[in-house]
Structures are given as structure tokens and as C-alpha cells.
Ligand binder design. Structure first.
Ligand code: 5GP
Length: 181
């Protein structure tokens, strides 16, 4: 099973995914590549951080199952060709354009859209990450579009009002899927 956790920036999908992995340790989280610079305090393995030409080389070598230029910032992000250990279920934490590419390629993938309880909360979360004002504004703009489109194409919408509750809801969705319901 491929599980896509998507949603606008600042909704806390990374935190929900971290909690989900604690609840469901057998899930395997794919590590994306990006051309964006590492944020202060961000773990070095949060992404594979590369320059643009290295990223382009990997595109040319068909090394991504999806990739996108993030409209908020112009940075490139991509999911490398999957090398799952064993038969573990895979989690992708990606934005919506990539989510659509994955759904086209793997129609059985489950798309879970995480949304913030309110635009104010989303804005506070974005500012709290230390991005500059221009970047926060661009990400909010992109996020509003992602929210609209996401609600149309997602299999499930999960409101991140509290991380434990939201992650628990996602775990429940996955269990139902495994059970074939
Ligand atoms: P950030 O710069 O805040 O880490 O990520 C910006 C956006 O890119 C987030 O919505 C994040 O989920 C998304 N993203 C991270 N990795 C990938 C990826 O491999 N592919 C795509 N399409 N989006 C990604």
C-alpha cells in the first residue's frame, strides 16, 4: 500500500506523519530529495539536500517517481524511485501536485489530505518555522489552492486539530484499508 499524506504547508503534516510512524512502526517513510537549503535546526536527513544540477541529473536518469517545482518557492522536490525494504507499506509526505502524479501512476494509492483547523493556525505554524515573510505569504497562497484541489481529489480529509487525534485517525484509516473495507 502507498499512503500519500498531503496538504498545504503549515498544516503540520510532518508532525502528524512522525506521530503516525510511532503508532505504526512498520510503515516505511520515503525520504525526498530537494534543492531547498536546510533550515536552521532541521535534521540533516530530513531530505536528501542537493543542488539543482544534481537534481536535474536524477530527473534525466528517471530516478524519481514524481517530482515538482514548488510554486511557492521555485525549489525542486522529488520522490526517488522506491526501494522499499521488504513488503512494508510506504508513506509519502508530499505536496499536491506530486500527490496527483502518484495517484495517476498508482491508482490504488490512498491520498490523505491533512488540513489546519483554521487559516490563523496555519499561518502561525508557517511563521513559527522561521521562514521569511515573503516565503510565508507565498506558501499561504499556494496552500489555499492546495486546500481547494485537495478536498476534491483526496480519499480522506483529516483536520489536524490535535496531533495525537489526527495521527490516530490516519492509523485507523490505514487499518480499515488493510482490512479491505
Ligand atoms: P518544505 O520546504 O516545507 O519542507 O516542503 C514544501 C512542500 O514540499 C511541502 O508541502 C512538502 O510536503 C512537499 N514535499 C516534500 N517532499 C516532496 C516530494 O518528494 N515531492 C513533492 N511533490 N513534494 C514534496
Amino acid at each position: 500500500m502507498i499512503v500519500i499524506v498531503s496538504g498545504p504547508g503549515g498544516v503540520g503534516k510532518g508532525t502528524v506523519v512522525s506521530r503516525l510512524l510511532e503508532l505504526e512502526p512498520d510503515l516505511w517513510l520515503s525520504r525526498s530529495w530537494t534543492t531547498r537549503a536546510r533550515r536552521p535546526g532541521e535534521p540533516p536527513d530530513a531530505y536528501v539536500f542537493v543542488d539543482r544540477s544534481t537534481f536535474r541529473d536524477r530527473i534525466d536518469a528517471a530516478g524519481f517517481i514524481e517530482w515538482t517545482e514548488f510554486p511557492g518557492t521555485g525549489e525542486l522536490y522529488g520522490t526517488p524511485t522506491l526501494e522499499t525494504p521488504g513488503d512494508r507499506d510506504i508513506v509519502l509526505e508530499i505536496e499536491l501536485d506530486g500527490a496527483q502524479q502518484i495517484k495517476r501512476r498508482y491508482p490504488d494509492a490512498v491520498l490523505i489530505l491533512v488540513v489546519a483547523p483554521s487559516p490563523d493556525v496555519q499561518q502561525q505554524r508557517l511563521r513559527g518555522r522561521g521562514d521569511d515573510d515573503a516565503s510565508v505569504s507565498r506558501r499561504l497562497e499556494v496552500g489555499a489552492n492546495e486546500d481547494l484541489l485537495g478536498r476534491q481529489i483526496a480519499d480522506y480529509v483529516v483536520v489536524n486539530d490535535a496531533v495525537d487525534r489526527a495521527a490516530g485517525q490516519v492509523a485507523g484509516i490505514l487499518q480499515d484499508h488493510r482490512a479491505g473495507s
